[in-house]
Write a protein that binds this ligand. Structure first.
Ligand SMILES: Cc1cc2nc3c(=O)[nH]c(=O)nc-3n(C[C@H](O)[C@H](O)[C@H](O)COP(=O)(O)OP(=O)(O)OC[C@H]3O[C@@H](n4cnc5c(N)ncnc54)[C@H](O)[C@@H]3O)c2cc1C
Length: 422
C-alpha cells in the first residue's frame, strides 16, 4: 500500500458548490489548495453528474478549478481522523495519506432527512433526493407509477427528474399547509431565478397539506395510503420517494471541535467556526440551496487566504440568499402529524432492525445505541440518528475516531495509532 504526506496552505472538505467556490477564491491568492471528497465525482449533490454530462455554466466555471496547477483534488477519499492539530489522516482505495494544512474549510453539505412511517423500509421506497440520485446513476424507472412525498422544494425537483426519466408521477404530496406553500410562492418574486425554477417545475399533481400515512406491499411496494386534509385514500404505485428536507452534515466539524448550533456548524460573518483557522461554508452551516452555498464558499475562500477586498459585497449577497433559506425553513417546517406516523413496531433503525418503541423509551441517543444497537449498522446512524434527533430532540454526542472504517495500515500512520475506537 502506498503511503504519502501532502502539505497545503488550504485544505477543503467537500467538492460541492461550496467547496469548489471556496477553492476558486482561495486559489486566486496563489495558495496551494487540496479538496478532499469521499465521492469519486466532484460537484456535490447537485453537480455530480455535471462532471460527466453537460454542466450548467455555474457548475462548469467552478469545476474548472480542479484543473488549476495549485489545486489538488483528492477524490473518493475518506477522512479517518485528526492526528494532531493541522493534520488529517485520509484513506482512499489504495493508500493512507497524511494531509497537513494551515487553514481548513469544511464544506460537508447536507443529507436527506428520512422519517419513519409504517412500510418505509419496503423495497421501492426511497428518499425524494435519493430517487433523484438513483436515476442519475442509471436506475430505470420508465413506466413506473411513482408517488413523491415529504416536504420542501426538493420534491418538485425530484418529480421533474423522475418524469424526465419516464416515470409516471401520479402525486407530489407536500406536508406543509396550503397557507404556508401559498405564502412561500407569493414571496418568490424576491428571488427571480427561484421563481422561474418553481414555475418550470410545478405540476398539476402537487398537493400541499398531504402526506403518506403508510406503505403496503408483500415483497415490495404495491400501494400507499395518503392523507390529504381530512380525507384518506389508497393509491397503487411501484415507487414512493419520500424525504422531509435536508439536515446538515456535522460529524467531521463536531469531531474537530467546531461549535454546533441548531444542528449546523456555527460561523461568523466571514464563515469562521469557533475553532481558530477552521472555516465552514455551504449546507453544513445550514440548509439553503446551492446559491447560498456558493457565496458562502467564496467568502470562506477569500477570508481564509486574507483577501479582504471582495468580502463586503459577498456578505451582502449572502444575506439575499439567506433570506430565501429562512423562508424555506419557516414555510416547510415539519408538522406534528408527521412526527406521529411511526407505530411502536415501525423500524426506526433499518440497518439493525430496531423498533421505534425500543428507541423511544431511552433518555438519549447514546443510551439508545448502547441498549439497542440502533445507529451501529452500515449507515452508522446517518439515517436513524437524524430521525431520532428530529423526533426526540436528541443531541448527538461528539463522534470519536476513526470516523469511518479504516485499514490497519492507515491507522498505523504517524500518530494515528492513538485512535480511540468506534
Ligand atoms: C439527495 C439530494 C438531492 C438534491 N437535489 C437537488 C436538486 O435537484 N436541485 C437543487 O437545487 N438542489 C438539490 N439539492 C440541494 C443541493 O445539493 C445543495 O443545495 C448544494 O449541493 C449544497 O452544496 P454544498 O457544497 O454545501 O454541499 P454538497 O453539494 O452536499 O457537497 C458536499 C460534498 O462533501 C462531501 N463530504 C461530506 N462530508 C465529507 C467527509 N467527511 N469527507 C469527505 N467528503 C465529504 C460529500 O460527498 C459532497 O460531495 C439536493 C440535496 C441532496 C442531499
Amino acid at each position: 500500500m502506498k503511503q504519502e504526506r501532502l502539505s497545503v496552505d488550504v485544505a477543503i472538505v467537500g467538492a460541492g458548490p461550496a467547496g469548489l467556490s471556496a477553492a476558486r477564491a482561495a486559489a486566486k491568492s496563489g495558495a496551494t489548495v487540496a479538496i478532499v471528497d469521499d465521492n469519486p465525482r466532484a460537484g456535490g449533490q447537485i453537480w455530480r453528474q455535471a462532471a460527466t454530462a453537460a454542466p450548467t455554466s455555474a457548475a462548469a466555471e467552478r469545476l474548472a478549478i480542479l484543473r488549476q496547477p495549485n489545486v489538488t483534488h483528492l477524490a473518493a477519499t475518506r477522512i479517518v481522523a485528526e492526528t494532531q492539530p493541522g493534520t488529517l489522516l485520509l484513506e482512499d482505495d489504495e493508500r493512507g495519506l497524511l494531509l497537513d494544512y494551515r487553514t481548513l474549510i469544511l464544506c460537508c453539505g447536507a443529507r436527506e432527512l428520512l422519517l419513519p412511517f409504517p412500510g418505509w423500509t419496503l423495497p421501492g421506497v426511497t428518499g425524494a433526493g435519493g430517487l433523484q440520485a438513483l436515476i442519475k446513476y442509471g436506475l430505470d424507472v420508465r413506466g413506473q407509477r411513482t408517488v413523491i412525498a415529504g416536504s420542501g422544494p426538493l420534491l418538485l425537483a425530484s418529480a421533474a427528474t423522475a418524469r424526465q426519466a419516464g416515470a409516471r408521477v401520479s402525486h407530489v404530496l407536500e406536508q406543509a399547509a396550503w397557507g404556508d406553500v401559498a405564502g412561500f410562492g407569493a414571496g418568490l418574486w424576491r428571488w427571480p431565478s427561484k421563481l422561474a425554477q418553481a414555475a418550470k417545475l410545478v405540476t398539476a399533481v402537487y398537493r400541499p397539506d398531504a402526506h403518506v400515512v403508510e406503505a403496503f406491499g408483500d415483497k415490495r411496494l404495491e400501494r400507499v395510503r395518503i392523507r390529504h386534509g381530512d380525507r384518506e385514500f389508497d393509491v397503487d404505485c411501484d415507487r414512493l420517494a419520500c424525504g422531509f428536507g435536508l439536515v446538515p452534515n456535522t460529524v467531521l466539524p463536531s469531531h474537530l471541535g467546531c461549535r454546533i448550533e441548531n444542528g449546523a456548524v456555527a460561523v461568523d460573518a466571514h464563515q469562521r467556526t469557533s475553532r481558530d483557522g477552521h472555516f465552514a461554508a455551504g449546507e453544513c452551516t445550514g440548509v439553503g440551496g446551492s446559491e447560498l452555498a456558493m457565496v458562502e464558499g467564496e467568502i470562506a475562500g477569500y477570508a481564509a487566504t486574507g483577501q479582504t477586498a471582495p468580502l463586503a459585497a459577498l456578505v451582502a449577497r449572502r444575506a439575499h440568499w439567506q433570506a430565501f433559506a429562512d423562508s424555506v425553513r419557516e414555510r416547510f417546517a415539519i408538522r406534528e402529524p408527521i412526527r406521529r406516523l411511526a407505530r411502536p413496531d415501525t423500524l426506526l433503525c433499518r440497518c439493525e432492525d430496531v423498533r421505534f418503541d425500543t428507541v423511544a423509551r431511552e433518555p438519549g441517543w447514546t443510551a439508545a445505541k448502547l441498549q439497542s444497537r440502533c445507529g451501529m449498522g452500515a449507515c452508522q446512524g446517518r439515517v436513524c440518528g437524524a430521525a431520532a434527533q428530529a423526533l426526540f430532540g436528541w443531541t448527538p454526542p461528539v463522534p470519536r475516531t476513526p470516523l469511518v472504517p479504516a485499514r490497519v495500515g492507515t491507522l498505523m500512520l504517524d500518530g494515528a495509532a492513538s485512535c480511540d475506537g468506534a
